[in-house]
Design a protein around this ligand. Structure first.
Ligand code: DAH
Length: 313
């Protein structure tokens, strides 16, 4: 029995003794009453103290500099890590920065003008449907590709051309497409856009940059192949493929993105004279790059939130 419990029992006992008063001769009752009240007062204040003690938890002083007790397991601290896609995105930026490119930030909500008009998609043209765009009820568009940033990049860096320099910028960003996910498609993924403009930009220069980027990213020599493509914002347009890295068996080529010479209309819309300047642009998926690097077979792992998968990185 705790001290507090003992004191409470004593109080109960004392209270029951008050009834004795009736059995006493009247002249003794006053004295008895005073004595009982005194005892009761004393008990009540002891109980109050004991209650206060019981409430304050005993805290042992802690020496935070003491070494951990031997044989006692340390608490497991789960540290967060960077998401593998962010690690790859950083790597992409690092490789392009080393090649002299500026880096611009993308956005996750855009509009009809940047998604289509500024990229020379004619109004009502079926190519507008080819991008499976989401739309908000207010009419905004979560970008379906990082090319939505081309117009802003051209305007932002145009003064470099006027000063006799060139525009060389990459824009990584998150993109969204209203399509069913499968092992090689996600509704949400990352791309990196590249924009280059100078007085004498050529397709040959573009392919040189692409090859240099892939070799830098994978840290190995890789063959680059191109095939004809179609994009309203480039003319001519091409798709670029790279040789399968050795870790994936090394046979065959994989499509990595689209590219081409920037269409004169796209330059004109950004107030750049297509008679004086030429440019090329390209864009490709970062998820794809990372899948190849790690030999992953299903792109959906990245956005799955599966901790056991993420902890492997
Ligand atoms: N935005 C295109 C896509 O997502 C890829 C692309 C093609 C980007 C050609 C470009 C380009 O910059 O010039 O399918």
């Amino acid at each position: 029995m705790s001290n507090l419990e003992k004191l409470r029992a004593e109080l109960k006992q004392l209270n029951s003794e008050y009834t004795k008063i009736k059995t006493l001769p009247p002249e003794e009752r006053g004295e008895f009453g005073r004595m009982m009240n005194q005892k009761k007062q004393k008990l009540l204040s002891e109980i109050e103290r004991a209650e206060a003690d019981a409430e304050s938890v005993a805290v042992e002083p802690l020496d935070i500099s003491a070494p951990a007790a031997p044989n006692q397991p340390l608490p497991v601290i789960q540290r967060g890590t960077k998401h593998p896609l962010m690690v790859e995105l950083d790597r992409v930026i690092e490789v392009y920065s080393a090649m002299g490119f500026d880096v611009m930030e993308s956005r996750q909500l855009d509009d009809e003008f940047h998604m289509f008009d500024s990229l020379n998609f004619p109004a009502g043209h079926p190519a507008r449907d080819g991008y499976d765009t989401f739309r908000t009820s207010e009419g905004f568009i979560p970008p379906a590709h990082t090319s939505t940033m081309q117009h802003r990049a051209l305007r932002k860096y145009k003064s470099k051309l006027e000063q006799g320099g060139q525009i060389a910028v990459v824009i990584p960003g998150r993109v969204f497409r209203n399509e069913d996910a499968d092992a090689t498609h996600e509704h949400t993924f990352y791309q990196c856009e590249g924009v280059f403009v100078s007085k004498d930009a050529t397709m040959g220069q573009l392919f040189g940059i692409l090859r240099q980027f892939f070799e830098g990213y994978y840290g190995q020599k890789l063959e680059l192949k191109t095939q004809p493509g179609y994009f309203p914002f480039t003319e001519p347009s091409a798709e670029f493929l790279i040789e399968k890295p050795a870790c994936l068996g090394g046979k065959g080529y994989l499509e990595m993105g689209g590219c081409g010479m920037i269409h004169p209309n796209v330059l004109k819309m950004a107030d750049i004279d297509p008679e004086k300047y030429h440019g090329f642009a390209w864009g490709g998926g970062i998820d794809r790059l990372a899948m190849l690097k790690y030999g992953l077979s299903d792109v959906r792992y990245f956005e799955s939130g599966k901790l056991d998968f993420l902890e492997e990185f």
